[in-house]
Design a protein around this ligand. Structure first.
Ligand SMILES: CC(C)(COP(=O)(O)OP(=O)(O)OC[C@H]1O[C@@H](n2cnc3c(N)ncnc32)[C@H](O)[C@@H]1OP(=O)(O)O)[C@@H](O)C(=O)NCCC(=O)NCCS
Length: 330
């Protein structure tokens, strides 16, 4: 029988030990702590060790979320991994993570690529699959090792990104007033060129020349992304609130994608919701793509900022450009 809602039973995150500060970056590219802080709010980011993979980070975050939920890997029958940096182009990181965690072979395991909106896309997908009544316990992970696809010689991008993983465990609930009460997903496919890795895909396989030109690294038109990000986050937040007959001031806490403090401040101004209702950790992590929202969610919970009955708004945008929002009654 189809269940009424999907609740989050546990959360967890993992951040690599290595901290890369703005001052350190300023020794390798022409930038400064002052420029990075005033333009983005970022002070430092975490960088995975060379032998630390996306799946390793995902496994650490997942173990924390499973322990928090009081479940084990054996209980999971659905694993969705939001990532743009799987360990290998083929197969899915989810299958590697399944094996490392010991998730049963009858579990559905797949990756979902919606870039920085990937966690919200995955949450909605898992929620719908659980809602179908065919899955009991889902593990949803957002994990990215962006340091592997960042051009460390390119100051316009390398200062913004970092590595990490966040995870949640989901289950069905009979209480229709708790859990994921809605989600809105969308994409501006006409803006693919604003943020992409130009070569290395099936249309343009990597060649020695493309690698020498750095075309296997992320390229971004920062200003255009900024404008579209603010618009997309504001619109999707308004849409979902309207759909659920809610006002912005009824939201207890917004958990936004952590790309740039100025983007979060702009969304706060547009929604007329004070910044103390927004979770901000971009100063310590930079933009960790699909990991950003679940890391912020876990940190907010562990800091005691989320109480039973609170209304949470998750909102993100990413390459594609994708965007999405989700409302959760805790
Ligand atoms: C990238 C971003 C921080 C730049 O901020 P900005 O306010 O638009 O930048 P400005 O226009 O004020 O500054 C650009 C200038 O700084 C320079 N600059 C770029 N990166 C720099 C750096 N790391 N250090 C110093 N100078 C830098 C540029 O070369 C440019 O110089 P010019 O004016 O001489 O051409 C901002 O546009 C942004 O965050 N965009 C969104 C990116 C994003 O979120 N991407 C992820 C999507 S999920």
């Amino acid at each position: 029988m189809a269940s009424k809602s999907t609740v989050i039973l546990g959360t967890g995150h993992y951040a690599p030990a290595r901290i890369l500060t703005n001052d350190e970056l300023a020794k390798t590219v022409e930038t400064s702590d002052e420029w990075i802080r005033t333009r983005s709010g970022i002070r430092e980011r975490r960088i995975a060790a060379p032998d630390e993979s996306t799946s390793d980070m995902a496994v650490a975050a997942a173990k924390a979320a499973l322990a928090d939920a009081g479940l084990t890997a054996a209980d999971i029958d659905l694993l969705i991994v939001a990532t743009v940096t799987p360990d290998l182009p083929l197969p899915a990181a989810a299958c590697i993570i399944q094996h490392k965690l010991g998730i049963p072979t009858h579990a559905a395991c797949f990756d979902l690529n919606a870039a920085c909106s990937g966690f919200i896309y995955s949450l909605d997908t898992a929620s719908a699959m659980i809602g179908s009544g065919r899955y009991r316990h889902a593990l949803v992970i957002g994990a990215d090792k962006l340091s592997a696809i960042v051009d460390w010689k390119e100051r316009t991008t390398c200062v913004l990104f970092g590595d990490g993983a966040g995870a949640v465990v989901l289950a069905a609930s009979d209480d229709p007033n708790r859990g994921i009460i809605g989600a809105r997903l969308g994409a501006y496919g006409d803006s693919v060129d604003l943020l992409k890795i130009p070569k290395g895909g099936s249309d343009n396989p990597a060649t020695p020349d493309s690698i020498a030109a750095g075309d296997h690294f992320m390229k971004m038109k920062g200003k255009e992304v900024f404008k579209l990000a603010v618009r997309a986050m504001d619109e999707t937040a308004r849409d979902i609130l309207e759909q659920h007959h809610l006002r912005a001031d009824q939201i207890s806490l917004v958990i936004p994608h952590q790309a740039n403090l100025r983007i979060i401040e702009a969304v706060s101004a547009y929604l007329e919701l004070p910044m103390d209702r927004f979770v901000v950790n971009v100063d310590r992590f930079g933009n960790t793509s699909a990991a950003s929202v679940p890391i912020a969610l876990d940190e907010a919970r562990k800091a005691g900022r989320i109480k039973s009955g609170d209304l949470l708004l998750l909102v993100a945008f990413g390459a594609g450009l994708t965007y999405g929002s989700a409302l959760i009654r805790w």
